[in-house]
Design a protein around this ligand. Structure first.
Ligand code: IVH
Length: 673
């Protein structure tokens, strides 16, 4: 019989081989041995384990080869897949409702009817049916395009391949959540941290046979594109889904008013752990589709829905150290490195301490025993210190007064609106002089909503930075691939993929380009406003001109704060060099008018005075949805000044003097039909 020591050596050798084969098979999508040899090797390993009791973290018994593939084909979503804003308490819900009441200009006491649906913690998918036949299934991806995982989704028995029903729309994307039940997860606990990871991992297998081994479930809750425009309410749509043969949650409810939402939330939260699947909150959707349409969405989330999260899981641990992280905009954030603890299926080793004041107020010190809390996918935070466990030798934590990365002075800015100093301390270095800020800027530059360079994650940015491959964003377009292919963990296939995704990212819209620069206060929405106003990249570069940049104040939505931040940016030579270098590598596309067929195409509007029956925000979004534009100052670009109740006479006079058409709300409504 094989001696144990010799067997061990053989076992380790086989594991090494298995790891190599798996990488080629699962990650690179390019097997280097036949399936038969691969299976045979697995069997040999499992036999040795059975006989001698060996284990290894890379064994097929542990990993099952469930390494998700990165190589799915991308496919655009016809209707963007949105995410949801979060609410944690009654106050958040009241604010949510206040905002939509204002937007719709409804009576303060208006009570909304909601569809309240449990938020299953899984992976969302969008499944397209044409003439009743399932033709494609996509993952969420970045919301604009997903991965084509049709064969994998087809293995899920809750997903019908055909729907034969007379009122099933001729063409529709059915959307819902793919998840794994807790009892099924129990069997594969060793391979995945939590059920959500298990569902995600198994859904993204290259080989759908592997997906079919795991009993995945699907619950439907919404639609993307639909050829049927006659549906009226979300709760009625849910009833239809069920009729058409889809599973829907048995906990879905129609609810009126915040008080009742809260009662339902409490009831379900209590039952939460009796369920056979994880839910992390309740989603509330304004039930009426007409109102949903009027409310629309902001960047990535609808105005008409919110996720009311369940209270977080808590745990006790010890602070090992306090790190000061420097963010992209120079903000210094203290982060506690804690002794790793498992909170609700996730191993936590970092907790945010928010800012300097928070540390002072709670007197948080290195070595302290603390209670930490994790809610949903946000970074855990420290709730309280257990003073009875404080060590005698412990010292107060002193927050650094200089930037720990570049040594520059740090300041707390004075906020002219709140008349208070900011709680956040910032590094005053602008441009790429501070190392930590630069790294964060590059991470932002490659991220999903910016250049969206696939496979270029935060770790890779750090790694390339550390070895001197990149120092500024434009270095990404002059990478030394020869050197990269010699780095640990990089094969010719992964280098090739990186090249391809960098190449692909070069075509970029003006607004994404502006956003990608990571200028403080210029998020996605503001970048869109700027690009709409500037139209071509040359105008963006012209902002270095001190007179020209002042014109931005005419944009409705751009205020002093944004303008000052842009001025600081354009004041710094290094920033000008970066954008000029980037413009050579990138193909920055001019702003495309969204609604070229809109009734108000190219027309510029401004409001003064109060409108009746409709809020400013809704009027604005109506005009924009019809191709028009809003500004906040009377300039020669203005076509119409819309006057409501009690207009500012100065504005009206100025408009008249400049021969700008002054119209009332009725006329605007007529123009909009
Ligand atoms: S509706 C309206 N309904 O939550 C846009 N989403 O944070 C959101 N989710 O990606 C889709 N249950 O994965 C909707 N009943 C439900 C949901 C739900 C879970 C997930 C979904 C989405 C995420 C948004």
């Amino acid at each position: 019989m094989l001696k144990k020591s010799k067997a061990k050596k053989e076992y380790k050798e086989k594991i090494k081989q298995y790891k190599k084969f798996s990488k080629h098979y699962f990650e690179d999508n390019a097997p280097i041995v036949s399936d038969h040899d691969f299976d045979f090797l697995k069997k040999e390993i499992l036999d040795l384990e059975k006989k001698f009791g060996f284990t290894d973290k890379d064994s097929p018994s542990k990993t099952l080869g469930f390494k998700p593939s990165k190589n799915f084909k991308k496919y655009p979503h016809r209707v963007k897949m949105l995410s949801l804003a979060n609410a944690f308490n009654e106050e958040d819900l009241i604010n949510f409702e206040k905002k939509i009441v204002n937007f719709l200009n409804l009576n303060k006491n208006f009570e909304f009817e909601y569809s309240a649906e449990p938020k299953i913690d899984g992976i969302s998918a969008s499944i397209t049916y044409k003439s009743g036949k399932l033709i494609r299934g996509l993952s969420r991806g970045n919301g604009d395009e997903g991965e084509d995982i049709t064969p994998n989704l087809k293995t899920i028995s809750d997903i019908p391949h055909y729907v034969d029903h007379k009122d099933f729309p001729d063409e529709i994307d059915i959307r819902g959540e793919v998840f794994i039940q807790n009892n099924d997860f129990e069997k594969m606990k060793d391979s995945f941290a939590n059920p959500r990871n298990a569902a995600s991992g198994s859904l993204r297998q290259k080989d759908p046979k592997k997906t079919s081994i795991i009993p995945l479930k699907f619950v439907a809750y919404t639609f993307g594109f639909s050829s049927d425009q006659t549906m009226d309410k979300q709760t009625n749509f849910l009833i239809k889904l069920k009729k058409w043969g889809f599973k829907t949650s048995e906990l879905n409810k129609k609810i009126i008013g915040i008080k009742n939402l809260l009662t339902n939330h409490q009831n379900i939260e209590k039952k939460r752990f009796e369920l056979n699947y994880d839910i992390d909150g309740i989603v509330y959707k304004v039930n009426d589709f007409e109102l949903q349409k009027r409310l629309g969405f902001v960047t990535n989330a609808p105005r008409w829905a919110i996720a009311h999260k369940f209270s977080a899981s808590k745990s006790v641990t010890e602070i090992l150290n306090i790190d000061i992280q420097v963010g992209r905009t120079g903000a210094l954030t203290p982060v506690a490195k804690v002794k790793p603890v498992n909170i609700g299926g996730v191993v936590v080793s970092n907790a945010t301490l928010h800012n300097e004041e928070e540390i002072l107020r709670k007197d948080i010190r290195i070595g302290d025993t603390v209670k930490i809390e994790r809610a949903g996918d946000v970074i855990p935070h420290v709730i309280s210190v257990d003073l009875s466990k404080r060590k005698k030798e412990s010292k107060k934590f002193i927050f650094p007064s200089n930037c720990p990365s570049c040594g520059s002075k740090t300041i707390k800015e004075f906020n002219s609106q709140t008349k208070k100093y900011d709680a956040i301390r910032r590094c005053t270095s602008e441009g790429f002089k501070c190392e930590k800020i630069s790294i964060e800027k590059i991470k932002h530059f490659v991220s999903k909503d910016a250049l969206n360079i696939d496979g270029f994650g935060k770790k890779i940015v750090q790694n390339f930075w550390d070895i001197g491959l990149i120092k500024q964003p434009q270095d990404i377009f002059n990478l030394d691939f020869e050197r990269i292919s010699n780095l640990d963990g990089w094969g010719s296939l992964s280098v090739d993929n990186l090249k391809k995704s960098i190449q692909k990212s070069k075509n970029i819209s003006l607004d994404k380009f502006i956003f990608s620069l990571g200028i403080r206060h210029i998020g996605q929405e503001n970048a869109k406003l700027l690009s709409e106003f500037l139209k071509i990249k040359e105008n963006f570069f012209r902002l270095k001109n001190k007179n020209y940049i002042e014109e931005l104040i005419d944009i409705d939505g751009i205020g002093e704060t944004q303008l000052n931040s842009l001025k600081m940016f354009f004041n710094e030579k290094i920033n000008l060099d970066v954008i000029s270098n980037l413009s050579q590598s990138l193909n920055i596309q001019n702003f495309k008018e969204k609604n070229s067929r809109g009734k108000l195409k190219g027309q510029v509007f401004m409001f003064t005075g109060k409108l009746s029956n409709i809020s400013r925000a809704e009027a604005k979004s109506l005009i924009e949805n019809n191709g028009g534009k809003i500004v906040s100052n009377v300039t020669n670009k203005l076509d119409y000044l819309v006057i409501g109740e009690k207009p500012t006479s100065k504005k009206v006079d100025l408009a008249k003097k400049n021969k700008i058409k002054v119209i009332d709300q009725k006329t605007l409504e007529k123009m909009l039909n």
